[in-house]
Design a protein around this ligand. Structure first.
Ligand SMILES: [Fe+2]
Length: 171
């Protein structure tokens, strides 16, 4: 059984994961618009990952006998200030996700809800990777600076990212 407060927190996180997917898809569209199709691919896959995170929490709430409640998804930002900016905003977004996951983990700890503490461990580890990946990309793109050839090399690398559907173990 999930307490009402934990059920509410997990439902809010489902919504935030969908909002994350929307945000990254908006960034993908922006990257496409400024002719960085590799970056657009990177953010499209990031969006797919967020959808899988939302579904993972959705399944968990059901598994624990809770009730999933879907809410409206906030409109994502439309305009950005260039390639570095979308990665910087991506990093900020992931830092916000980490904060939110920690808050839910704090609540689960308070309630001594061990199953949920264990469930959230996957998300806590995932956030370490997400923040690291965005931090590295911001650095790399900043280093490339105004050099178009370097930027397009990075874009080519970003074009190779593929979506690996999480297996039952990793998910
Ligand atoms: Fe996520």
């Amino acid at each position: 059984m999930l307490s009402k407060s934990l059920e509410k927190a997990l439902n809010e996180q489902i919504n935030f994961e969908y909002y994350s997917a929307y945000t990254y898809l908006a960034m993908a569209a922006y990257a496409e618009d400024i002719d960085f199709s590799g970056a657009a691919n990177f953010f499209t896959i990031q969006a797919e990952e967020e959808l899988s995170h939302a579904k993972k929490i959705y399944d968990y709430v059901n598994q624990k006998g809770g009730r999933v409640k879907l809410e409206g998804i906030e409109k994502p930002r439309f305009e950005y200030e260039g390639l570095v900016n979308i990665f910087e905003e991506g990093l900020k977004h992931e830092q916000e996700v980490t904060k939110r996951i920690y808050k839910i983990a704090d609540l689960a700890l308070e309630e001594k809800e061990h199953a949920t503490i264990s469930f959230l461990k996957w998300f806590i580890d995932e956030q370490v990777e997400e923040e690291e990946s965005f931090t590295n990309l911001v650095k790399k793109i900043k280093r490339a600076g105004e050099n178009e050839a370097n930027l397009y090399m990075i874009d080519d690398e970003l074009a190779t990212r593929t979506f690996v559907p999480p297996t039952k173990d990793s998910l």
